[in-house]
Design a protein around this ligand. Structure first.
Ligand code: CTP
Ligand code: MG
Length: 372
């Protein structure tokens, strides 16, 4: 009696607004998707991930062997259908990557209910707010009896044949249970759990960190860097290549924004600085790119039990013009830092000093982190 798990991870995370798919956002020591995989893997025989288009290979590499990755669809239901087509288990669990912390025990309870004869099982928790129907005129039409209303979670479990039939008409719903209901099927409710909350906004990520034992002791740090322009070298800045611009001196790519952020993170976590972490001790990083150093810095501070609240960097120089590529630069740095909240500003120095005289470029960064 084999079980397939489908993890819907193809959403863009619009409401979270990280600039990368929500499933790839870092929560503690791993991404939301990796948390979801880790909790389902012990109790299922097959794992299929529905990935955002363009991220299939990255997700495949992130999760390694034993996981099938398919391209998601335009809606959650379409993403589930794409994975369902490859399901070989007699039972199937459908789970949201966004509910990263749902426990293995919860998945086990869903499977137990299926094995005891249910054909559709969904976890639920009580609602704390009063729920009202509202008319289009913005007046209350009626108030529901709160004791008979619940909030639905995932993983949801189904007889695979029943879920295939429910999806057969190509319907669209925000959960799979609703498609079974629409098809006339019975959906069994079991107890859900608070930690299976759906991570939708940055505040939810914070709540989830609480479940992982992170506290709210914040630490801040600053970092700065400067390099002289050098004719004929490539310009790398804020994780981006800037064609038609001369780069800077140095044996790295000279990305002052990335270097300043790394130093700010090391300062906030009291883990030394760029030199002590990537200097003589680890010569393999001598010529590393700014993006590589950001990724490696994230790995170091994560191992030490820290999580990033936000980082901000100000680039100081006459060129290049940052504002034209600000969103792209924020996305590149955020991606290197596991989806961290990043902001970038730029300024000039009124013709004065190293940067004002056009001799080079500098950056100053701050970081806020908190510890587990
Ligand atoms: N999902 C999916 N395919 C879609 C849309 C959503 O696989 N076309 C997945 C998401 O990745 C998520 C789950 O369905 O794990 C629940 O969706 P939601 O929390 O709404 O995530 P997003 O759609 O990514 O977020 P938002 O609505 O804020 O954009
Ligand atoms: Mg959505």
């Amino acid at each position: 009696m084999s079980v397939t798990a489908i993890i819907a991870a193809a959403g863009s995370g619009e409401r979270f607004g990280a600039g990368i798919p929500k499933a790839l956002i870092q929560l503690g020591d791993r991404t939301l998707l990796q948390h979801a995989v880790a909790s389902l893997a012990p109790v299922v025989d097959q794992l299929i991930i529905s990935a955002p288009a363009g991220y299939e290979q990255q997700i495949s590499e992130l999760l390694g062997e034993g996981v099938t990755v398919v391209t998601g669809g335009a809606t959650r239901s379409a993403s589930v259908r794409n994975a369902l087509a490859l399901a070989t288990g007699q039972y199937v669990l459908v789970h949201d990557a966004a509910r990263a912390l749902a426990s293995t025990d919860l998945a086990g309870a869903v499977i137990s209910a299926l094995k005891s004869g249910e054909s559709a099982v969904v976890p639920a928790v009580a609602i704390v707010d009063t729920i009202k129907f509202v008319g289009t005129d913005n007046y209350v039409a009626s108030t529901l009896d709160r004791t008979s209303v619940v909030s639905i979670q995932t993983p949801q479990g189904f007889l695979t044949s029943a879920l295939r039939e429910a999806h057969g008409a190509g319907g669209d719903a925000t959960d799979d249970g609703a498609l079974i209901e629409a098809n006339g099927g019975k959906v069994k409710i079991i107890s859900g759990e608070d930690r299976a909350l759906k991570i939708t906004t940055a505040a939810d990520l914070h709540t989830a960190l609480g479940f992982l034992g992170f506290d709210s002791t914040y630490r801040s740090g600053i970092g700065s860097d400067a390099h002289a322009f050098s004719v004929g070298r490539q310009m790398w800045l804020a994780g981006l290549f800037w064609p038609d611009q001369d780069g800077v001196d140095g044996h790295s790519d000279g990305d002052v924004a990335a270097h300043a952020i790394c130093d700010a993170l090391f300062a906030a976590t009291a883990l030394g600085d760029l030199g002590s972490n990537f200097g003589t001790d680890r010569p393999q990083y001598a010529g590393a790119s700014g993006v590589q150093l950001l990724q490696e810095t994230l790995a170091i501070i994560t191992t030490a039990g820290y999580s990033i609240s936000n980082v901000t960097v100000q680039i100081i120089g006459n060129r290049p013009k940052i504002s034209t590529r600000r969103a792209e630069a924020i996305a590149a740095i955020s991606l290197s830092l596991g989806g961290a909240d990043v902001s970038i500003s730029a300024t000039t120095t009124d013709g004065m000093g190293l940067t004002g005289e056009g001799k080079g470029i500098a950056a100053i960064a701050s970081a806020l982190v908190f510890k587990r």
